[in-house]
Design a protein around this ligand. Structure first.
Ligand code: NDP
Length: 279
């Protein structure tokens, strides 16, 4: 099936494919980056029907599309379609950034690096030697684990409702770093410097079943989800006395900056874009 995007071939065309996608901030982020870099481009959010991802992707590139971002629920399908994958996309089995080169589809995942850049560069958080608790074992956790491991934390504990999924991640990613899978019931035995909520529960306004008193002094709590109001997890973190409480907007902007660099060879300034989105 061919899809007509009505692209203007005299400009550079980019898009994010997702479903739903109308609330995506990627068009705004990439437009602000492009303005900074003096690049003239069009970036659209395109809702793709669940079974038509490949047709949409093929049609977009045939019609002079230059690059695609991929969001829920297509990151794994994008991974399976790409001809050439970066090492981190291969590890995460997930793709959020696509481009064409010599008639081949290239795929990368910038989500994990986006989180690390946000923590390190925007919030001066050094993960070296830290005890990290990751909640959830879904797609985003798979993408953030390899770059988290590279930061040399003392330990990463993954808590997930379906413990097998967490155990599979442990098998895949443990090397020099100690990674452990636990059920939520067994969490009260440790205290952590950094908590990362990678469950989708914030979307439903719910808190993962975590016990109180598991934060060390000066702990940082990070919710991958972002919204205009603090999430339930962020409110819980405040009650527990966390020193830093962050949402995933910084990660979103930073992952987009990584993608912008892949497509245009220019590293954009993220701080003004984050400020623009926050206001
Ligand atoms: P997935 O659907 O892949 O994973 C969902 C996770 O949440 C699983 O671990 C699942 O556990 C857990 N979960 C769902 N419902 C429950 C429940 N009732 N009780 C306990 N655990 C539950 O989602 P993603 O990894 O793609 O996304 C997770 C979050 O990350 C979302 O909030 C998303 O918005 C955010 N995100 C933010 C990004 C950013 O740039 N800021 C980028 C990507 C994602 P189980 O395995 O047991 O089903």
């Amino acid at each position: 099936m061919s899809v007509d995007f009505d692209l203007d071939s005299s400009t550079l065309n980019y898009a994010v494919f997702g479903n739903p996608v109308e609330h995506s901030k990627s068009p705004q982020i990439h437009s602000l980056f492009a303005e900074q870099a003096g690049i003239n481009l069009v970036y659209q959010a395109i809702e793709v029907p669940e079974n038509n991802f490949q047709d949409y992707l093929d049609s977009f590139f045939i019609q002079s599309g230059k690059g695609l971002n991929v969001t829920v629920p297509f990151k794994e399908e994008a991974y399976s379609i790409c001809d050439v994958l970066t090492e981190r996309a291969e590890q995460a089995a997930s793709v959020n950034t696509i481009w064409m080169n010599n008639n081949q589809i290239y795929g990368d995942t910038t989500d994990g690096q986006g989180l690390i850049n946000d923590l390190k560069n925007n919030h001066q958080l050094n993960l070296n030697g830290k005890q990290i608790l990751v909640l959830g074992a879904g797609g985003s956790v798979k993408a953030i684990l390899p770059p988290l491991v590279q930061q040399n934390p003392a330990q990463i504990v993954i808590a997930n409702r379906t413990i097998d999924r967490a155990e599979r991640l442990v098998e895949k990613f443990s090397g020099n770093t100690s990674i452990e899978a636990v059920s939520y019931n067994n969490l009260s035995e440790n205290k952590f410097d950094v908590l990362i909520n990678g469950t989708s529960l914030s979307l439903a306004g719910k808190l993962p079943p975590i016990p109180n008193n598991i934060l060390k002094e000066h702990a940082c709590c990070y919710d991958l989800m972002y919204s205009s109001e603090p999430t339930v997890f962020m409110r819980w973190a405040k009650e527990q006395g966390a020193a830093k409480i962050l949402d995933g907007l910084g990660m979103l902007v930073e992952q987009a900056a990584e993608g912008f660099f892949i497509w245009h060879g220019v590293k954009p300034e993220t701080a003004p874009v984050l400020n623009a989105l926050r206001t």
